[in-house]
Design a protein around this ligand. Structure first.
Ligand code: SF4
Length: 372
């Protein structure tokens, strides 16, 4: 059964025509979903009862169920959602201040997952620990936004695809979801307030540059040389740094807006002054900006956070050549590094209760699976 939140207004009107219903009914349903934020067909009171029944039989109205939530109103809040097939994804709501990318604003940012697990196996990341399970469909992506707004009672005005999964490996569903989140009849979030983050899928970066919406791009760089990226990010073997930076240049040329580099600072791996200098050169050449995020420890992984002294020296060296760089030391902003932690912990707790195992049940997936 399809999620109704996967469909555009035109597609829904087409489906209504197939059901023998007038097109204005589709607009009424869209208004309930995206203006009044009512997801249950039974509560759409201006629809005839027979139509509500038809819709319930035809569409999945609520693909996500809240399994758990953590955090309070003035902190980062995490929502763990259970999907129809029992899989789980995590969505994070980041409060107005501090905002992402050093902007002092009233932004409320949601960090959305695009896949269950991840095939890319970055060595520092919790999401890749349990392998890739599946792509989310557009309805599951859109519903994260709607459900977090509903659960938190807050209006969200900034979206980052930095949750679990590699968004560009789920390109078609991602673009469809972004279209619905951006549409005036949909969630109405401006394209410039939507950021897609990628570990470096070069062909898809070019595709993203060629599509019409002016969405933003963030690159999870985490290493300023092939040597460092090869060590911690298997995707770099497929798309080495020079190719990645060329694709960034292409994106920058097409979209005329600044790129962001995310750089998780890991002790003894990428925290040297040489890395800082090279990162600075890359950043200024591309007129990009950098977010440096000192590593937050992930259970089951041995990487460590550098000392504050090392962090400060890194930032000083990075900025020496004029690079625009911010450092986010807040514990709550460990999204990119630890987006799968809550899910893994909950799955572990559940299997401990049932005596089962969460590991080893799925097929192994190649580190570059899903790259087109
Ligand atoms: S950092 Fe991103 S691409 Fe790498 S394993 Fe984690 S979720 Fe996947």
């Amino acid at each position: 059964m399809h999620s109704i939140k996967s469909l555009t207004l035109d597609e829904l009107a087409g489906r209504f025509a197939d059901l023998g219903e007038p097109a204005y009914r589709a607009r009424q349903v869209i208004e309930w979903l995206y203006r009044k934020r009512v997801g249950r067909f039974g509560e759409m009171t201006n629809l005839p009862a027979a139509l509500r029944e038809k819709l319930s039989a035809e569409f999945d109205e609520q693909p996500l169920e809240v399994a758990c939530r953590t955090g309070s109103d003035d902190t980062t809040r995490k929502f763990l959602f259970r999907l129809r097939d029992g899989q789980m994804v995590e969505t994070v709501l980041i409060p107005a201040s501090p905002a992402l990318y050093g902007e002092a604003s009233d932004r409320r940012t949601i960090c959305i997952s695009s896949q269950v697990g991840c095939a890319y196996g970055c060595k520092f990341c919790a999401s890749g620990l349990d392998g890739w399970k599946r792509n989310l469909d557009a309805g599951e992506i859109v519903d994260q936004f709607l459900r977090v707004e509903g659960e938190s009672g807050e209006r969200i005005n900034n979206i980052v695809f930095m949750g679990m999964g590699e968004p560009l490996a789920n390109y078609d569903h991602l673009l469809r979801a972004i279209g619905i989140l951006n549409a005036p009849w949909g969630a109405g979030v401006g394209a410039r307030h939507i950021t897609v983050s990628t570990s470096g899928l070069v062909p898809r970066i070019r595709d993203l540059a060629d599509q019409p919406l002016s969405i933003r791009l963030a690159i999870s760089l985490h290493g300023a040389t092939d040597e460092v990226r090869d060590r911690i990010m298997p995707v770099n073997k497929r798309y080495p740094l020079a190719e990645l930076l060329e694709a960034c240049r292409y994106f920058r040329g097409r979209k005329k807006q600044k790129l962001t580099f995310e750089f998780i600072l890991i002790k003894g791996v990428n925290d040297s002054l040489a890395q800082a200098g090279e990162l600075g050169r890359i950043t200024t050449r591309l007129d990009a900006k950098v977010n440096v995020i000192p590593y937050n420890t992930v259970e089951g992984l041995s990487w460590e956070r550098p000392s504050e002294r090392v962090q400060d020296a890194f930032m000083e060296e990075l900025r020496r050549g004029g690079a625009v760089a911010t450092i986010r030391r807040e514990k709550g902003h460990d999204i990119a590094a630890a987006c799968g932690q809550l899910r893994l912990r909950t799955l572990a707790d559940e299997t401990a209760e049932t005596g089962g195992s969460t590991r080893g049940s799925e097929k192994p997936v190649a580190a570059d699976a899903g790259v087109n």
